[in-house]
Each structure stands twice: as structure tokens, then as C-alpha cells.
Design a protein around this ligand. Structure first.
Ligand code: SIN
Length: 486
């Protein structure tokens, strides 16, 4: 049993139209704590019919919500934000239990999650239209921004709370309703958010959480014509399939997909700062983030010093259960994740890479994995072109700035990138040369509610967070008023 101050936050049912729905026994599933392997709870699921009911409920609710004033919507979102922060400890406990990340990281994610609700509560009252200077004396050209309507989102297990609010908060702020299908591994962070949305006075049907068979629910959310906007965070492979499914009804879409982030350390960098940045970027959430450094490119002149210092820092990580004090790295989410990490290490080793530390499953068993550093990795290895999504730092050597930028861009992905340098001219050249939606310069952490998060190339479409994030949930309507003088 979870030790919560408020047991009412632990909900094992779908939340549709403001009601906790029993669902269908055939669609129920167990939720497992990835650290202990123990059953945490049983989540009810719904099938196609339930998903359609959620869409209908969201459609009815949207017609009421969109006609409330922006200030009324903003106030409710502010209340939701306040409740999330007031319940930060409990929400973090639920997250660590179902996702495995250390409790401190879970608390951090809850604050990050709440920050999107606060940010978009503030944006809700600043959705301005335009008056355009007309091409004719007697007409007026006006732009209105209107809510898209019913939105749907499929969210991942690696950030079970923040990836929901990053989509739901702008949707609600814009005047849309939303149906969220969280990952089956982490439904309870989502239902806890739903409970708090209810307490915050967000009307029935405006925020819905549904679970069950991904294929059946995904089909409804992507193909139903009433859903006007679809947002997904997950792999490029799944995103591309969902995009195809959305094509039939020409939905507005946002996709936040895979990454293969380069982390470049130039000779002129502050090496200690670069090591700290690499640790934060690479090992956050056990390396299970779309933005984590996947390839560490180090210039020849400082390669030995950097790798020695990185090794020392990695060896100081403490692997264990996320509830144990001082633990800095939790388990991987499941055995498939472990196998992928192992396959990348084996492939690199077979092509000449050296394991400086780690490289194996952890003696704790289950899905725990040793924090790993690989040296002498090269571009013919899988780890260069595929996202590892685990605690493995491969070190690649380079000679020149041009070579580093070329290596960094040699991928189908374009989400996050990082580099360390003190040379201001180089900072501009490299920033402009990197084909990525986000560039961290002398920092390993770039995410914030105020910043536009998103990728280029096959890393996705659209931006989340920031002043741009709300546009994804708005339609532009142009009014042409003729003969204004009668
Ligand atoms: C992700 O990995 O998808 C999100 C990471 C972040 O928001 O920092």
C-alpha cells in the first residue's frame, strides 16, 4: 500500500465526463512497480465504445468551456496548479511507485508539471487576435483566435505527469476539452491529476483520462472526426503511424518524438561544467528522456581529462529503489528497455568500443542497470544512430569544429543538442549550424515551461510550452468586413 497523506488521490479508474468509470473487466490491467516488480494496482480500461463516449463527453463539454471567459478558465487552471503543488509529496510518491525514478526527481517533475498549468493559466488571458491594415478603404480585416475544439493526447511513461500538463494546460487555456490516454505503465499519475482537476472546478468532460488497449483507443482518438487536434509524445515509429491515422480526418497534430542528442565538448570548454552538464543530461531519469545526451562528442585535446572526470562522476551515482534516500538512479522501465541497452553495448563492444565502467545489469536484479561509460565509440555503431534510452554515455572523439557539427547533424533526428565552449564566435557558428529544435549552450538542462520544446526532422512537429505552445490549440479565423461605411 502506498503511504499517501490523501488516499483519495490514488484512483484506479478512468475519468470520463467527470465520473470515475468502472470500464470493462476485459480491458483491466495490472500496474507494476518497476523497482520491486510488485503489483501496485489494477487499472480499469475501456475499449472502443468507452473511448467514443469520452469523445462525445469532451465535445459537449467543449461547447460550454469555450464560452466561459478567459479569466474564468484561467482561475480554474490556477486552482489546479495550486492543488498540484499542495499535493506535490503524494503525487511524487505515486510517480516513483509506478515509474521508478528517485523521489527527489519525482518531486521535481511534479513542480515542472505544475509549471505548465501556471504558465498556460497566465497565457489564457492573453490570446489576442489582430486587426490588419486593409487593402481597401471600406473594408476591415480582423483575425480571431478560437479554440480548436476536442483534443486528444497520448502521453508517455517517462514523464507521467509533465507530459500530460504540457498538452492539457494549453488546450484548456485555449478553451478546448481534452481526452488523455496515458501510458499503461503509469496511469495513476494521470488519474491523480484528474482528481485534482475535479477539485479545481474544471467542469465535467473538459479533462478526461482513459486507459485500456492502446490500439483500440488510439484508433478512436486518431480517426474520430470530432477530435480536431491530436498530440503525441513517444517514438518516431509510433508517431509516424499515428500521423497516418490522423490523415483521414485532417487533424491538427503535434508530435514530440525520438531524439539522438549530441553533447559536444570543445577544447575551450570549462571541463568541470561540461562534466556536470553531461551528468545532468545523460543520467536524468536513468537516461530515459527524449532530450538526454545520446552521443558525447569530445575534442581530442581534452578527451582524456574529460573522460577521466566523467568516469569519476558516473561511478559516484547510487543505483537503487527510488524511495531509498540518496539514490540517484532508479530502474529502467521494463525488460525491453534493458534488452535495448544491452544490445547497444554489445554492438559497440563488438566493433571496438571499450567499457570504462558499467556495461551490465546491476546486481540488484530486475531492471536495474549499471551506469555505463563507453570509450572509443565510432559512427558505425548502433549507439551513434539510434536512441539508447538508458544510462549509457558513449564517448566519440573529434578533431575540428566542422567535423563535430557534421557528426552531430548526421542523424534523422533533430530534437535536443548541447555544446560547451567559451568562445563567443564559435557559440554563434555552432548554434546556427546544429539542425535541432533546441540547443543547450554550456548547460545540460534546457526544459522549462517558458521555453518552446520540440524538434526538427523526424523528431516531430510543433512546439510545446512557451508562448508558442498555445497556438497548437487555436484556429485562426479571418473576418473580412466589407462596406463598413454603409
Ligand atoms: C521527454 O523526454 O519527452 C521530455 C523531457 C523534458 O521535458 O525535459
Amino acid at each position: 500500500m502506498l503511504q499517501l497523506k490523501d488516499a483519495g488521490l490514488f484512483r484506479q479508474r478512468c475519468y470520463i465526463d467527470g465520473k470515475w468509470t468502472a470500464g470493462d473487466a476485459a480491458d483491466e490491467f495490472d500496474v507494476i512497480n518497476p523497482s520491486s516488480g510488485a503489483k501496485l494496482g489494477v487499472m480499469t480500461g475501456i475499449g472502443e465504445t468507452g473511448a467514443k463516449q469520452a469523445v462525445d463527453a469532451a465535445e459537449n463539454a467543449s461547447n460550454i468551456w469555450r464560452h466561459m471567459t478567459a479569466r474564468q478558465r484561467s482561475r480554474r487552471l490556477m486552482r489546479w496548479h495550486k492543488l498540484i503543488m499542495e499535493n506535490q509529496d503524494d503525487l511524487a510518491v505515486i510517480m516513483t511507485a509506478e515509474q521508478g525514478k528517485p523521489l527527489l526527481e519525482s518531486k521535481g517533475e511534479i513542480a515542472y508539471s505544475a509549471s505548465f498549468v501556471e504558465w498556460f493559466a497566465e497565457e489564457a488571458v492573453r490570446i489576442y487576435g489582430d486587426v490588419i491594415p486593409s487593402h481597401e478603404r471600406e473594408s476591415r480585416l480582423i483575425v480571431l483566435k478560437e479554440p480548436v475544439g476536442v483534443c486528444a493526447a497520448i502521453t508517455p511513461w517517462n514523464f507521467p505527469s509533465a507530459m500530460i500538463t504540457r498538452k492539457a494546460a494549453p488546450a484548456l487555456a485555449a478553451g478546448c476539452s481534452i481526452i488523455v490516454k496515458p501510458a499503461s505503465q503509469t496511469p495513476f499519475s494521470a488519474t491523480a491529476l484528474a482528481e485534482l482537476s475535479r477539485r479545481a472546478g474544471i467542469p465535467e468532460g473538459v479533462f478526461n483520462v482513459i486507459c485500456g488497449d492502446s490500439e483500440k483507443i488510439g484508433n478512436v482518438l486518431t480517426r474520430n472526426e470530432k477530435v480536431r487536434k491530436f498530440s503525441f509524445t513517444g517514438s518516431t515509429e509510433t508517431g509516424s503511424k499515428l500521423m497516418e491515422q490522423c490523415a483521414g480526418s485532417i487533424k491538427k497534430i503535434s508530435l514530440e518524438l525520438g531524439g539522438n542528442a549530441p553533447f559536444i565538448v570543445f577544447d575551450d570548454a570549462d571541463i568541470d561544467a561540461a562534466v556536470a552538464g553531461a551528468m545532468a543530461s545523460k543520467y536524468r531519469n536513468t537516461g530515459q528522456t527524449c532530450v538526454c545526451a545520446n552521443r558525447i562528442l569530445v575534442q581530442n585535446g581534452i578527451y582524456d581529462e574529460f573522460s577521466k572526470k566523467l568516469l569519476k562522476a558516473v561511478q559516484s551515482l547510487i543505483v537503487g529503489d527510488g524511495f531509498t534516500e540518496n539514490v540517484t538512479q532508479g530502474p529502467l522501465i521494463d525488460m525491453n528497455a534493458v534488452k535495448k541497452v544491452e544490445s547497444h553495448i554489445a554492438d559497440a563492444q563488438s566493433k571496438g568500443a571499450e567499457i570504462l565502467t558499467g556495461g551490465r545489469r546491476h546486481s540488484l536484479g530486475g531492471t536495474f542497470f549499471e551506469p555505463t561509460v563507453l570509450a572509443d565509440t565510432t559512427s558505425d555503431m548502433k549507439i551513434f544512430s539510434e536512441e539508447t534510452f538508458g544510462p549509457v554515455a558513449p564517448l566519440f572523439k573529434f578533431d575540428t569544429e566542422e567535423e563535430a557539427v557534421k557528426m552531430a547533424n548526421d542523424t534523422q533526428y533533430g530534437l535536443a543538442s548541447y555544446f560547451y565552449s567559451k568562445d563567443s564566435a564559435r557559440i554563434w557558428r555552432v548554434s546556427e549550424g546544429l539542425e535541432y529544435g533546441m540547443v543547450g549552450i554550456n548547460t545540460g538542462i534546457i526544459s522549462a515551461a517558458a521555453a518552446p520544446f520540440g524538434g526538427m526532422k523526424q523528431s516531430g512537429i510543433g512546439r510545446e510550452g512557451s508562448k508558442y505552445g498555445i497556438d497548437e490549440y487555436l484556429e485562426i479565423k479571418y473576418l473580412c468586413m466589407g462596406n463598413v461605411y454603409g
